[in-house]
Design a protein around this ligand. Structure first.
Ligand SMILES: Cc1cc2nc3c(=O)[nH]c(=O)nc-3n(C[C@H](O)[C@H](O)[C@H](O)COP(=O)(O)OP(=O)(O)OC[C@H]3O[C@@H](n4cnc5c(N)ncnc54)[C@H](O)[C@@H]3O)c2cc1C
Length: 349
């Protein structure tokens, strides 16, 4: 039986970031993952601290944003593999007023760093994009390929005997430990990082707090478009190379008949208005975001199973938030520090 300090169940971005955080703090970790319906593997990989459509800052963006940048950069440095693409975002304005709003927002120090001066966008030529109201640029917009990050990390863990491919099925603490031990592993503690598929929520009076929020991207092929920066109108248009672009993501209402098709049509309508070239839909990707009623993540330990921890509820900004959330969780697990109230599991007890 191999001994580990912690077993991490689930290897999306939540599992990957808590694995790294605990490892950096000298703990031995084994990951158990089914690789089934992993939301992280279909995510667009966009990293940015703002909701540009409304010019709102993401909740606690001033903390999440710098931590995320440091985290992904440190992986890149350690692995010596290029992960991040920082070639900026082009925001296609929806109206004349939006360009004035852009300039107005730049007076605030947060937005000043994030939104480039409008003159800078004049150097960008996008002849095949229909943008009657112009566009603005953000140089501080990052993205990466989350599926590639998971694959690279998984391979490294496999080489060190720290990754087991298995699907666990449990509804009690005892069953969970038994299943892990059946895999030849004995952990001192367990972190559940299962995304929307987590069913074990012991002692929570209202039961499972996760609200599933589906999303999808269309993959299009559009020879001649030649866009290298990510574009944002109603949706993101993310260049994938070889004339392919990932367009989305949508937020269809789960369980409403026709919602999926309707949201697909919205992407197509936006594309038709925006792109002055024929394109072909070659694929689509769907995934499920793990949301919560108050739209905040869930961190902490269970009341009657204090050796079982959870990181979940990452919703639509998991890639941005997971590095700092994992750091907060590790502070709590190892140093008994308090988890910020808004994200603590205690709010459900
Ligand atoms: C279409 C779409 C686009 C998105 N784009 C972005 C984006 O651009 N930027 C951003 O920040 N966020 C984005 N998100 C949100 C982000 O993807 C999620 O917040 C994040 O991926 C959730 O990560 P997670 O680790 O909690 O869950 P997941 O990534 O779903 O990982 C959970 C893992 O647990 C495993 N698992 C579950 N149960 C078991 C079990 N019983 N036994 C073994 N393994 C198990 C699963 O197989 C899976 O691998 C997007 C989401 C969607 C759906």
């Amino acid at each position: 039986m191999k001994q580990f300090d912690f077993a991490i169940i689930g290897f999306g971005i939540a599992g990957a970031t808590i694995t790294r955080e605990l490892t950096l703090r000298g703990r031995s970790v084994v990951v158990i993952d089914s690789r089934k319906n992993t939301a992280t593997a279909v995510a667009g990989g966009t990293l940015h601290p703002a909701v540009l459509r409304y010019y709102n800052k993401v909740w606690r963006a001033d903390e999440f944003w710098p931590k995320a940048k440091l985290f992904y950069q440190s992986l890149e440095d350690e692995w010596q593999i290029p992960l991040l693409r920082t070639n900026g975002l082009v925001r296609v304005f929806a109206s004349e007023e939006e360009s004035s709003l852009w300039e107005e927002k730049r007076k605030d120090p947060f937005w000043h760093d994030y939104l480039s001066p409008l003159e800078q966008s004049e150097s960008v030529s996008l002849p095949l994009i229909h943008a009657p109201h112009g566009y603005g640029m953000s140089d501080d917009f990052w993205r990466f390929d989350p599926a590639f990050l998971l694959k690279t990390y998984r391979q490294k863990l496999l080489e060190k005997g720290q990754y087991i491919s298995a699907e666990l099925s449990f509804n009690s603490r005892e069953a969970l430990y038994k299943q892990i031990m059946d895999l030849g592993v004995q952990p001192q503690g367990i972190v559940l990082a299962q995304g929307f598929q987590q069913e074990f929520w012991p002692d929570l009076p209202q039961g499972n707090p996760i609200i599933c929020k589906q999303g999808q991207y269309l993959i299009i092929e559009c020879p001649g478009l030649n866009i290298t920066r990510t574009l944002k109108s109603k949706f993101f248009i993310i260049p994938l190379g070889e004339d392919r672009y990932q367009v989305g993501a949508t937020y269809p209402r789960v369980n409403e008949p026709g919602a999926f098709e309707e949201s697909q049509q919205r992407i197509i309508r936006d594309l038709d208005q925006l792109v002055d070239l024929p394109y072909r839909i070659v694929d689509y990707k769907t995934g499920t975001r793990p949301g919560t009623k108050d739209r905040k993540p869930i961190l902490g330990a269970f009341k009657n199973a204090e050796d079982i921890y959870v990181i979940n509820g990452l919703n639509s900004r998991g890639l941005l938030m997971a590095p700092l959330l994992s750091s907060w969780l590790a502070d709590f697990m190892l140093d008994d520090k308090t988890i910020p109230e808004e994200v603590s599991i205690n709010r459900f007890f």
